[in-house]
Design a protein around this ligand. Sequence first.
Ligand SMILES: Nc1ncnc2c1ncn2[C@@H]1O[C@H](COP(=O)(O)OP(=O)(O)OP(=O)(O)O)[C@@H](O)[C@H]1O
Length: 242
Amino acid sequence: MALDTQRVTTPAVRVRDLVRGFGSTAVLRGLDLDIAPGQFVALLGRSGSGKSTLLRALAGLDRGVAGTGEIDVPDQVAVVFQDSRLLPWQRVLPNVVIGLDGPNADRLGRDALAEVGLAGRERAWPRELSGGEQQRVALARSLVREPALLLADEPFGALDALTRIRMHALLRELCQRHGPAVLLVTHDVDEAIVLADRVVVLVDGAIAVDRPIELAQPRSHRDPAFLSYRYELLTALGVDAE
Ligand SMILES: Nc1ncnc2c1ncn2[C@@H]1O[C@H](COP(=O)(O)OP(=O)(O)OP(=O)(O)O)[C@@H](O)[C@H]1O
């Protein structure tokens, strides 16, 4: 019983008093953030506010940077960036299962590709895929590892508006099925409201707004409640939301 209680209350991500800077410039100034297991959090902030710095810190990618504070993340963390970072000299399937051991790796990779709508493209080269398809492969490569935490830095930033909308639905579906905690960095307020259980806004190096999005899925931009979240978040970002 005590163990169960502990499991329910232990966050997937726990950040306390995180300070990160470059030279004399402080970027994160005592940031606190918890993300519950399976929770989808979108991170908004103005350009240069430190969103990628936070994500890189959580991913363990910034060891050279001066900083203090506590960061607890699960062992299994996957990261998706704006560009797919596929190896151009490897076909699609080997890109998905790269670094994966065991006799089932190829089968798991094929299943993951089918999940992202790319069954039959296992032997294609990355250059033969569209930008959206390459991001689908990047998602398959992440999810085949069943991460407890998915970190995504503007994963749809380079895609056209229609592809972006399709990718939103896909990401939401994949996350519901696989259940990782998610931290999605985005510039796009609507994307944050469409996808996230909770939206946090980074201002002056700390979380200034932490807003649960209490709308059923799928979410409509025309819903008055959607517009009210948009107004609040744009205002927090210092954008004239009138
Ligand atoms: N390796 C680095 N060396 C020096 N300064 C850096 C480095 N990485 C980031 N910075 C600085 O830290 C600040 C925050 O950068 P970061 O990339 O985290 O912002 P961001 O919120 O992700 O911005 P954007 O939305 O434009 O991608 C910026 O002022 C940036 O110039």
